[in-house]
Design a binder for this molecule. Structure first.
Ligand code: BG6
Length: 473
């Protein structure tokens, strides 16, 4: 039973994890799966079949899973490990359209154990270049029918790659079977964007150009990329973060009210606003690379890869026309934060000296998240003077629940068939359309000092409000 006391009526599930011995599975997917077991959020009966190229016994795979939990948590001894490990299987020999290795037999065995109506979930924890072949293989071996298929990000790392992959996926699967992960959508703070807004008249009434002067979605990171320089150099901040996480969060902010809070309606509200994203003007985009990046192992001496991107995006819907959405992220910056802020217009009433950022509604997406409202309050004391103040709600303190990490939450959504926090084919096509001018006319890459807020050129994008979290002086 789930640890919040509700009942769990999930269908018995065969969960096939491709790339089961790879890095992403070890760091994210296997720990998330175990956490679901700890919270009682898995079906009563399930099998997880790890698929990989090498040969391993089930016992060796169990050892591997235990090792990944010992390294990345949660501690296997703080949960139902004995029961959990008895449901792990391994199918080696790889999986291609010509040769399914041991997988088809392993799925058939698991289905015999769980019953023929057990649902089948395929989780492609693989490098994106492998998605096409594995999708073909699912079709070739009859494993696609009725199944749910989870694709890690990026679902295509260029408009062309996206279109090709999309065509293959739709030749094998219906859109409803496809779960494309963007883990920023699974964050507790991101989900609170739609809850805080639509469950509180306080916010929904001011959620538009009438009241909002600009929106900032700011994800500075202080981390390096040294441990994955090869991948990173072929990707860069624009593809790794902007066209994916930051655009999706912008859509979360900008969506029209969904017809209801059903998964389909939330999905459709968020994804429909993407078509209003105005193609980014290259002069509204600033790219940067931190000094020292080219010295990293695996990075060419003349690399032009962007480790920083800031962009001023406009969303041409009636609600947001003319309001700049300022998006920024980068590596080796001065701070690590994930913050969405709506900067309100200054009040028109009798108080004239409210500073430009005196009224801000913001949400931190990091960890369990927080909701913060910056207001002007009376400064205590004899005079009628004002001072900026902040009202904060730590979302982990909202009674009755327990925050879930994004992967935990999203895998649970896959198991129950809730697509509200996944991206769609049409939506992704719109994100590439909006980025296209920047791909066609790539702005110059400015260098910046590690530990700064990125290139000075990015300051101008934010106008009189400036970047709320900080700027390079
Ligand atoms: C990943 C990006 O998708 O998200 C990384 O590839 C980035 O570059 C990471 O650091 C941020 O994720 P998190 O878990 O810190 O929100």
């Amino acid at each position: 039973m789930p640890d919040d006391g509700t009942t769990n009526d999930l269908t018995p599930t065969v969960f096939v994890l491709y790339g089961a011995t790879g890095d992403l599975a070890r760091r994210m997917v296997l720990p998330a799966f175990f956490e679901l077991a700890q919270h009682g959020l898995l079906p009563d009966d399930w099998r997880l079949i790890g698929s990989g190229r090498g040969e391993r016994s089930d016992e060796e795979f169990v050892e591997h899973v235990r090792g990944s939990l010992e390294e990345f948590g949660p501690d296997p001894d703080q949960g139902p490990w004995e029961e959990f490990c008895g449901r792990l299987r391994f199918a080696g020999g790889g999986f291609t359209a010509d040769d399914p290795g041991e997988l088809v037999d392993a799925v058939a065995d698991a289905r015999k154990e769980l019953g023929e109506d057990a649902q089948l979930v395929h989780y492609l924890s693989l490098p994106p270049k492998a998605f096409t072949d594995y999708t073909h293989a699912l079709g070739a071996h009859g494993l696609a029918e009725g199944a749910r298929v989870v694709y890690e990000k990026p679902f295509g790392d260029s408009p062309e790659a996206f279109r090709e992959l999309d065509a293959v996926v739709h030749s094998v699967l219906d859109e409803e079977q496809v779960f494309r992960i963007d883990h920023f959508l699974g964050k507790e703070g991101t989900q609170d964007l739609h809850v805080a807004r639509f469950a509180n008249t306080l916010f929904e009434h001011i959620w538009s150009r009438e009241h909002v002067a600009q929106v900032q979605i700011d994800v500075p990171e202080d981390l390096d990329v040294a441990d994955r320089a090869d991948f990173y150099d072929a990707t860069g901040a624009t593809l790794d973060m902007l066209v994916t996480h930051l655009f999706q969060v912008a859509a979360e902010v900008a969506m029209e009210p969904p017809v209801s809070f059903s998964a389909d309606d939330i999905l459709s509200a968020r994804e429909s606003v993407l078509k209003h994203f105005r193609p980014l003007a290259p002069e509204d985009v600033v790219l940067g690379q931190f000094e020292g990046y080219r010295e990293l192992d695996g990075v060419p001496d003349d690399s032009q890869t962007d480790t920083f991107v800031a962009a001023r995006l406009f969303i041409d819907s009636g609600r947001w026309r003319g309001v700049p959405f300022l998006l920024r992220t980068g590596k080796r910056l001065s701070d690590k934060q994930q913050r969405v802020s709506l900067v309100l217009h200054r009040p028109k009433g009798p108080v004239h000296d409210v500073p430009p950022n005196g009224n801000v509604i913001s949400l931190s997406l990091a960890g369990a998240g927080s909701l913060d409202v910056d207001i002007m309050a009376k400064r205590p004391g004899p005079d009628l003077a004002m001072a900026p103040a902040r009202v904060s709600l730590d979302l982990s303190k909202v009674p009755g629940g327990r925050p879930l990490a994004p992967y935990v939450s999203l895998i649970h959504d896959v198991l129950v068939g809730d697509r509200s926090l996944f991206t769609t084919s049409e939506g992704l096509a719109q994100t590439w359309r909006a980025l296209q001018p920047v791909l066609d006319h790539r702005p110059e890459v400015h260098s910046y000092a590690p530990g700064s807020w990125g290139p000075v050129a990015a300051n101008a994008l934010a106008g009189e409000h400036g970047w709320l979290l900080g700027k390079t002086e």
